[in-house]
Design a protein. Sequence first.
Length: 144
Amino acid sequence: MARKTKYKTATQRQVAKKLGFRSGFELEVSQFLETLNRWVGYEEDTILYTQPEKPRKYTPDFILLKKDGSKMYIETKGRWTTDDRMKHSYIKLCHPDLDIRFVFMNPHQKIRKGSKTSYAKFCEKKGYTYSPLKKQIPEEWLDE
């Protein structure tokens, strides 16, 4: 009788971690962005913001240069926790002119179990720019 063996292969997340990313999704987005000539970098800028009485730092995932030379920040999210949503509310208060856009693994994911509000609906309600496509940066963003 032949013995069964299990070969361990690295998951996408493990590969991503070895390459310096925090998730497999970030690795996927970086591989797509590598084809663009306007991609500046991954987690290279730090944005200071204030949460009531606490100075904080935020490091966006990706930076794209628009054709006019200004920056577009891309934040990738699998799970968008309450803390993440609060953080971005404070960032928006402190820096209303920053162009921060969200790409979700699933924009129709509910913000919590039992909620009727999806990530997409939350973004619409709060005025955040997001991709309506799963795991994709819209082409019109790249044409800016």
